[in-house]
Design a binder for this molecule. Sequence first.
Ligand SMILES: Nc1ncnc2c1ncn2[C@@H]1O[C@H](COP(=O)(O)OP(=O)(O)OP(=O)(O)O)[C@@H](O)[C@H]1O
Length: 332
Amino acid sequence: MESILDIRNLSIAFSNKNIDNTVVDGASLQLRAGEVLGIVGESGCGKTTLSRSILGLLPPTGKIMEGELIFEGKNLLHLSKEEKRKIRGREIGMIFQDSMTSLNPVRKIGRQFIETLSSRLKIDKENARKLAEEMLVKVNLSRPEKIMNQYSFQLSGGMRQRVMIAMALALRPKVLIADEPTTALDVTVQAQILKEIQDLKESYGTSIILVSHNLGVVYQIADTIAVMYAGSVVEYGEASTVFRNPVHPYTKALLGSIPNLSHQQDKLVSIEGSPPLSHRLPSGCVFHPRCQFSNEVCRLKKPRPTETAEGVRVACHRQNNTRYIEGEEDIA
Ligand SMILES: Nc1ncnc2c1ncn2[C@@H]1O[C@H](COP(=O)(O)OP(=O)(O)OP(=O)(O)O)[C@@H](O)[C@H]1O
């Protein structure tokens, strides 16, 4: 199946005092129509930076150093501001952890919601109101008329987040980027919202990128999964295959650290050490200082992703059977 969004060899850096720190390094991922791609990894591995870059929402110090972002055949990096604005929300929607800050504090929720829906979906105000109220109920806000009549400061953080989720879902984008959408919400509401996200996929064929540090959530709804470590995608493939048979030592440790998902180990595995800081990335394989299998090749050479017999892309010398040859040119 053809991909709706193709992330090709994407590298992103933040500059600090004229030094570029690479925080996403050569990521390549494909999102196919109607599928959920889960991106997982420890805090700071680059998940948010990668997902924000898709809509050109990097902070001012962040820049794309290399790569392409192809959406329905068009490179998003070559679009004008106006073209990007048209795509944002309607074609590619997003829900971020801090999306509650995007509500306008001096306008009632209803007015904002209705204006967004009527201008983006080209529907009249009455239909926009109905749709808005319907969506508020779907995200578990049971008295929509009351909420429509309130200002954002009158709502709790969790309610504001749900309003933003309702708005993003109501626009029925072709692609939805959801970055830790439910982290701040309680478990019952989380389940409700994940169900809504899944329904969106099933009813409208929406393709979804779900960024999460919660492997349980990704396990429930992702079709494919990308595991990131220190800016690199270390393993990427069908979620069921990766969960059943993780190959990269980091993925194994990550999955092994969750008891009810652990099919490989009987006991909890904790990964010793902590991820490297972006301005102090190790040479060779970024995971080698924490990897129990690392050897000289891993210390010197960055592994290239290769495909396993099960079609999973893994960046690990052990998997590739790479040997260090003295004098070889591409040693990092
Ligand atoms: N505005 C910024 N300026 C400089 N560095 C940044 C900025 N935002 C993020 N970074 C750095 O980029 C790297 C990746 O951060 P990012 O937020 O993308 O990771 P993440 O995996 O989404 O983490 P989390 O789960 O905590 O959100 C980190 O090293 C972080 O410190």
